[in-house]
Structure formats: structure tokens, C-alpha cells
Ligand binder design. Structure first.
Ligand code: FEO
Length: 407
């Protein structure tokens, strides 16, 4: 690889991680990229660094444009490990460079490195840095998705460096959205945006709406959005802004995700008549077995659908462990505007369905009650009960979904 020019004198100098499949517990079947950018101006400026394993790659890419010792400024938009752990290697090549970072970013950076060696300037929203023909404008974006996060805007280029925001975990030889020309690759990109939002940004919907509102109020024209992961939005930056607004407003399909696990296939056997009942009400349905699916994929499917049914056998009077783990993970993501219910098989006293509803209550989600418990294995009669349960759940999902039809 070598540097790729985004705009006249502005280069992508990042790294492609084709092999990563587990990103701190988040499945990345498509791999990812760590994007960082070099601006050639009177003061040569690097925007972000990359994960430490790829230090050599970014240094080579920078060197394909300029000697790294000539870098004068380094903007650190976000201090998570995948973006900052090569900073030490870059600073070794240009020790007199000045680092621009938020207050919280500086505090965090001190936990990674001995920062007493470095010239660090703290910036806040509205601060600017003139580097020659261009001026950088800093915009703090706390909790998008860490307290330290910020974005950097270059007015002369109408270019937003958005760190994790608007990113996607895709390793690709394409750097820009308009280079993905097949329907398959475009729908992969759309799916990767939702995947990223669901697993990383779901808790921060209101903050996202406010921040996009701030950008609009400042009248920042945006021709290109360059995130720190995945594809750069060159042909349709507005598309991803609109997509984020829709997701933050709780957009979902009129569909149901049935997410379950099973011990002896009894809870699994319940999913079939439930699925039939949902479909016979004219609602789409997807069935996901937790032990056969990465957690992050199950979360994405939950987020895509207006309704979710959780299937859990009872084990020792409580929820099945994989389901409990999943619901704990979901609770941390604070989903909104979804309607949920639970079902499962039991052998002795039951308890798992009750536990699932307790989790739903903690999350503040709309529920369809009561859930459905079946003793041991579903009989023919039980299958009819499951079918009716699926139909009733689908009816409630349709009713609930009408509240969001304008979203
Ligand atoms: Fe890509 Fe928050 O790190």
C-alpha cells in the first residue's frame, strides 16, 4: 500500500487489517482499517495515528509522501488503543511536533505514554489551528463514543475527519464509497454502518442528534467525511448523516428477531411455530441461535427489527447462561423504541422467562406479556399455542410500529 490522495495535498496514510475477526469481543468478519490522514501544508499535519501493530505500515505510507520528521502537528481525535498506540513510534521520528487533543484526551494519553516529553496543546470546540492555506476547526464530541472524542473540520476542503463516527469495520482495497460499484459491495457497506452503529453507538443516539444539529447550526459545508475506520464518504456524505439521524431516531424494520438458545432443542422447537405465526401476520422474521452466532451479529439483528423475542430454556431456575450474557450486553447498549417478549422450555419450576422480563424492565422496553413457557418438549397442542403466541406478538409489533412510521 501507499498513501492515497483524498483532496489536493490531503492523504490517507492508514493501514488495512484484513485478518482481524475479533475486535475487543466484537466480531469483524470483514476485517477493518485504521485510517489516519496527512495534510501537506506550510505546517505538515497528521490527523490521528493507528493501532500499534501497524506502526510500520503508517510510517511507510507517510514516508511515501514526506519525511515523517517534517510533521509539525499531530491531531489526536480519539485515544482508544486502535488509534493511539502507535503515537510513540511517530513521535520518535518527529519529537518536536505539537499534539492537539481534548482535555480528557490528554488525561487518558498520560495513561499510555510518558507525555512529559511532548508539547501538548489542549483544544475545545471552536478552537482553530491555521497550518498555512488551511485552518483546522476542532469540535469536541464527548461520548461519541468516548469522553475524549473530537472531530476536526477543514473548512477550505469542506472535509470532516470524524474519528469513529460514520465509520465501519470493512477491510477493502477501496478507500471511497464511489469505488464500491457492485450492489453486493454497496449493501455490505450499508450493513456495516448499521452493525457499527448498533454495537458501538446505540447508547448515544440523543448525543448524535445534538451533534449533527450543532454541525448544521455552525453551517459547516461537508463534501467529504473521513472516518478512522472503513470507507471514506466522498460521493454521498449526506447519505451517512441521514442514516445516522434515522438510526438515532430509532428507525427499525417491521420485523421480528427471534434470538434464542437451547439445551435439548425444546426451546428451539418452539421457534418454528412462533416463526410461522409471525409470518402469517405479514411480519418478516429472522431466527438467530446465540451459540451459533457472534454476539455482535445478534445485537445488529435486534437493532434492525422493531420487535424481538428472546427464547431461553430454564437452567437451575434461571435464564440459560448464553441468553443472560446476551441480555446483559444489550442492557449496556440501552436500546430504545423496541418491543420485546420471551418464551422457553422448562422441566421443573421454570424461571427463565420471568428473568428475561426482569431484564426487559431494567431496560425500560415495551413488553408483550405474559411470555410463554412450555413444559419439557412442545406437544402438538403446544405448537398451536406457540403459533398463536407468534401471531399475537406480531400483531403487537405492527401496532407499536405505527408510532414510528414517519421516522
Ligand atoms: Fe476505533 Fe473508539 O476506537
Amino acid at each position: 500500500m501507499k498513501a492515497v490522495e483524498l483532496k489536493n495535498g490531503v492523504y490517507w496514510v492508514g493501514a488495512i487489517d484484513w485478518a482481524v475477526r475479533d475486535f475487543h469481543g466484537y466480531a469483524t468478519p470483514r476485517g477493518t482499517t485504521y485510517n489516519n490522514y496527512l495534510i501537506m501544508d506550510d505546517e505538515i499535519t497528521l490527523v490521528d495515528t493507528v493501532k500499534h501493530d501497524f506502526s510500520e505500515v503508517t510510517i511507510k505510507n507517510i514516508s511515501s509522501v514526506v519525511d515523517p520528521s517534517k510533521i509539525k502537528n499531530i491531531v489526536v481525535n480519539h485515544i482508544e488503543n486502535d488509534h493511539v498506540t502507535s503515537l510513540d513510534d511517530i513521535m520518535a521520528l518527529t519529537p518536536n511536533a505539537t499534539i492537539y487533543i481534548t482535555e480528557k484526551g490528554k488525561k487518558g494519553l498520560a495513561r499510555f505514554f510518558d507525555i512529559s516529553r511532548w508539547d501538548i496543546r489542549v483544544v475545545k470546540t471552536g478552537d482553530t489551528l491555521t497550518i498555512g492555506k488551511r485552518t483546522l476547526l476542532f469540535l469536541e464530541t464527548p461520548m461519541l463514543h468516548w469522553p475524549d472524542s473530537m472531530m476536526t473540520y477543514v473548512r477550505e476542503e469542506k472535509l470532516l475527519f470524524s474519528q469513529d463516527g460514520f465509520g465501519q469495520h470493512i477491510a477493502s482495497s477501496a478507500r471511497f464509497d464511489d469505488q464500491l460499484i457492485t450492489c453486493e459491495s454497496m449493501s455490505e457497506l450499508d450493513d456495516a454502518v448499521i452493525d457499527y452503529y448498533a454495537n458501538i453507538l446505540m447508547p448515544f443516539g440523543q448525543i448524535i442528534k445534538n451533534k449533527i444539529g450543532d454541525i448544521q447550526k455552525l453551517g459547516l459545508e461537508i463534501e467529504m467525511i473521513a472516518p478512522d475506520h472503513g470507507i471514506i464518504w466522498r460521493s454521498h456524505p449526506q447519505k451517512v448523516l441521514n442514516e445516522y439521524l434515522a438510526l438515532a431516531n430509532g428507525r427499525a424494520h417491521l420485523s421480528v428477531a427471534v434470538i434464542y438458545d437451547t439445551m435439548w432443542h425444546s426451546t428451539e422447537a418452539m421457534t418454528l411455530p412462533i416463526l410461522q405465526g409471525i409470518q402469517d401476520e405479514g411480519v418478516d422474521c429472522k431466527v438467530i441461535k446465540l451459540r451459533a452466532t457472534p454476539m455482535s451479529v445478534a445485537i445488529k439483528e435486534l437493532w434492525k427489527s422493531r420487535g424481538c423475542l428472546i427464547g431461553t430454556p430454564t437452567l437451575n431456575n434461571i435464564m440459560y447462561p448464553t441468553v443472560a450474557e446476551f441480555l446483559t450486553h444489550v442492557r449496556g447498549l440501552r436500546p430504545k423504541n423496541r418491543i420485546v417478549g420471551a418464551f422457553g422450555s422448562y422441566g421443573w419450576g421454570g424461571g427463565a422467562v420471568r428473568d428475561a422480563y426482569e431484564e426487559f424492565k431494567k431496560m425500560g422496553l415495551e413488553t408483550v406479556e405474559p411470555g410463554l413457557q412450555i413444559l419439557y418438549k412442545p406437544s402438538r397442542e403446544d405448537e398451536t399455542t406457540c403459533y398463536e403466541f407468534g401471531k399475537e406478538f406480531a400483531r403487537r409489533v405492527k401496532e407499536y410500529h405505527t408510532k414510528f412510521e414517519s421516522v
